[in-house]
Design a protein around this ligand. Structure first.
Ligand SMILES: Cc1cc2nc3c(=O)[nH]c(=O)nc-3n(C[C@H](O)[C@H](O)[C@H](O)COP(=O)(O)OP(=O)(O)OC[C@H]3O[C@@H](n4cnc5c(N)ncnc54)[C@H](O)[C@@H]3O)c2cc1C
Length: 407
C-alpha cells in the first residue's frame, strides 16, 4: 500500500527543513525524507564543526517562520564588521554595519542549531511528517503524480517531489537533470580555534594564493575557521599535531589575531562549482545545493538555498490558495525564473573572486589590490556590496522582506 502525500521533500538539511516549515498550514500533506539522524541535544561546551554565516535575509525568513527565537536560545553569534585583505599586496576592505545604520551584518550559527530549531518548528504541526532515517531511492511517474520508493521498501505517492538532497542529489539524477560545473582544486578545512587576540565580533578573511582563509567569530570568544587550500596541503594540515597546525594557521593568517593557541577537531570538504541548467522536470523541482553549489568564500550557499525555499513556498502556497495545481509546470517554472538569475550571478561572482585572488600574474595582483582599496574608499560602491552580502536584493520572497530586526 502506497502512502499518499501532496508533496514530498527529499532531504531534511537546512533548505529542505526550511521549505517544510514554510509550507506549514497551507493544507497540504507533506513528508520530509532524511537519511541522517538529526541532533537535537549536545553537550553544552561543544561546538559543531559546521557553521554558517547567516545573512539578514535568512534571519528574516527564520523570524517569519517563528524559529529564530529557538536559534537564539541555542546560541547565535552576531558579527558587526568584516575585514578582507590580500596576502599578495596591500589591498584591504573593511565593512562595518554602523555605516548602514544596522546593528549587525549577520550571524555565525552552527548548522546543528539551525536544524534543531527548524525541527522544533515542525514538531507542533500534523501536516508535515519527518521520515528519518529514511532514504529516497527511486521514483517514476504514475497517474497524475509520482510513485516513490525508499531504501527500506516504503512506497509513497505524491503530486510533487522536491529535491533538497544536496550537491549529490539523487532526485536531480533520477529526473535526468544534468549537473554542470567543475571541481575546484581545493578543499575547505574547518576547525574551531582559540586566538590570542579577541575577534571583535568581526569576520576576517585573508586571500592566500592557494585559497581564502576565514576566521568567523563565535559568541564564546573562539573562532570557526574555513581554510580553502589545495587537497595536498589540506591533507598535510589534517595530519599535523595540534601545535604544529596552530603555528601554520597563525602564519597563514599573518598573525592578525595573534597566535592561534588551541584547536578542536579538524575536517575537510571538497569544493566544487555546480549548477543544474534547469530546476524543474515533470512534477519535480530542485532547491538549494541540489540546484547550485558554490565556493564558500563569502558564505552564501545556504543563504541562496533559503531564498529558494522561501520563493518556492510562496509559489506553492499561492497556487494552492487559488485552488490551482501547485505542481503544474508553469507554477514551478515561475519559481525557477525567480531564483535562477540570482543564484547564477552569485555563483559567478564567487568563482571570479576565487580566480582573481588565486592568480600569480602581477598585473592582476596589482589590479585586485587597487580594486579592493578603491571599493573601500568609495562608500556608495561599498554599501552595494554590503547590502548584497546581507541578502537584501530587490524582488525578495515575502518571507525575506519583513522588518530586518526585532520583529
Ligand atoms: C566549508 C563550507 C562552509 C560553508 N559556509 C557557509 C556559510 O558560511 N554560509 C552559507 O550560506 N553557506 C555556507 N556553505 C554552504 C552550505 O553549507 C550549503 O549551501 C548548504 O548546506 C546547502 O543546504 P542544502 O539543504 O541544500 O543541502 P545539504 O546541507 O547538503 O542537505 C541535503 C540533505 O539531503 C539529504 N539526502 C541526501 N541524499 C538523500 C536521499 N537520497 N534521500 C533523502 N535525503 C537525502 C542529506 O542527508 C542532507 O541532510 C558552506 C559550505 C562549506 C562546504
Amino acid at each position: 500500500m502506497a502512502l499518499r502525500y501532496d508533496l514530498v521533500i527529499a532531504g531534511g538539511g537546512m533548505v529542505g527543513a526550511t521549505l517544510a516549515c514554510a509550507l506549514r498550514g497551507c493544507g497540504l500533506r507533506i513528508a520530509v525524507i532524511e537519511p541522517h539522524r538529526l541532533q537535537r541535544q549536545w553537550p553544552a561546551d561543544s561546538v559543531d564543526l559546521r557553521v554558517s554565516a547567516i545573512n539578514v535575509a535568512s534571519e528574516r525568513i527564520f523570524r517569519a517562520l517563528g524559529v529564530w527565537a529557538a536559534m537564539e536560545a541555542r546560541g547565535v553569534s552576531p558579527f558587526e564588521q568584516m575585514h578582507v585583505w590580500d596576502a599578495g599586496g596591500r589591498g584591504e576592505i573593511h565593512f562595518d554595519c554602523a555605516e548602514l545604520g544596522q546593528p549587525r551584518l549577520g550571524h555565525i550559527i552552527e548548522n546543528r542549531v539551525v536544524l534543531a530549531a527548524l525541527l522544533e518548528g515542525l514538531d507542533d504541526g500534523t501536516e508535515v511528517e519527518f521520515w528519518c532515517p529514511a532514504t529516497l531511492e527511486a521514483f517514476r511517474p504514475e497517474g497524475e503524480g509520482l510513485r516513490l520508493e525508499l531504501a527500506d521498501g516504503t512506497v509513497m505517492e505524491t503530486r510533487l517531489l522536491v529535491g533538497a538532497d544536496g550537491a549529490d542529489s539523487q532526485v536531480r539524477r533520477l529526473a535526468g537533470i544534468p549537473a554542470r560545473g567543475w571541481s575546484y582544486a581545493q578543499r575547505a578545512l574547518v576547525a574551531v580555534v582559540e586566538t590570542q587576540l579577541e575577534h571583535q565580533a568581526t569576520a576576517w578573511q585573508r586571500f592566500l594564493p592557494q585559497g581564502p582563509l576565514a576566521f568567523l567569530p563565535l559568541r564564546d570568544g573562539r573562532s570557526s575557521i574555513v581554510w580553502s587550500t589545495t587537497p595536498e596541503r589540506a591533507e598535510e594540515l589534517l595530519q599535523m599535531e595540534a601545535q604544529e597546525f596552530c603555528a601554520a594557521l597563525s602564519e597563514a593568517f599573518g598573525h592578525r589575531l595573534g597566535q592561534v593557541r588551541a584547536t578542536g577537531p579538524r575536517a575537510a570538504f571538497p569544493l566544487r562549482l555546480q549548477y543544474a541548467p534547469r530546476y524543474v522536470e515533470e512534477r519535480v523541482v530542485l532547491v538549494g545545493d541540489a540546484a547550485h553549489t558554490i565556493h564558500p568564500l563569502a558564505g552564501q550557499g545556504a543563504n541562496l538555498g533559503l531564498l529558494d525555499a522561501a520563493a518556492l513556498a510562496e509559489m506553492i502556497r499561492d497556487a494552492a490558495a487559488r485552488g490551482r495545481d501547485f505542481a503544474a509546470r508553469n507554477v514551478l517554472r515561475r519559481y525557477e525564473r525567480w531564483r535562477k538569475g540570482d543564484n547564477l550571478l552569485t555563483m559567478a561572482a564567487m568563482d571570479g573572486f576565487n580566480r582573481l585572488f588565486g592568480t600569480p600574474l602581477w598585473p592582476l595582483r596589482l589590479a585586485r589590490n587597487a580594486g579592493l582599496s578603491a571599493v573601500d574608499a568609495c562608500p556608495p560602491l561599498k554599501h552595494r556590496f554590503m547590502v548584497h552580502a546581507m541578502g537584501l536584493r530587490e524582488d525578495l520572497p515575502a518571507l525575506a522582506r519583513g522588518p530586518a530586526f526585532g520583529c
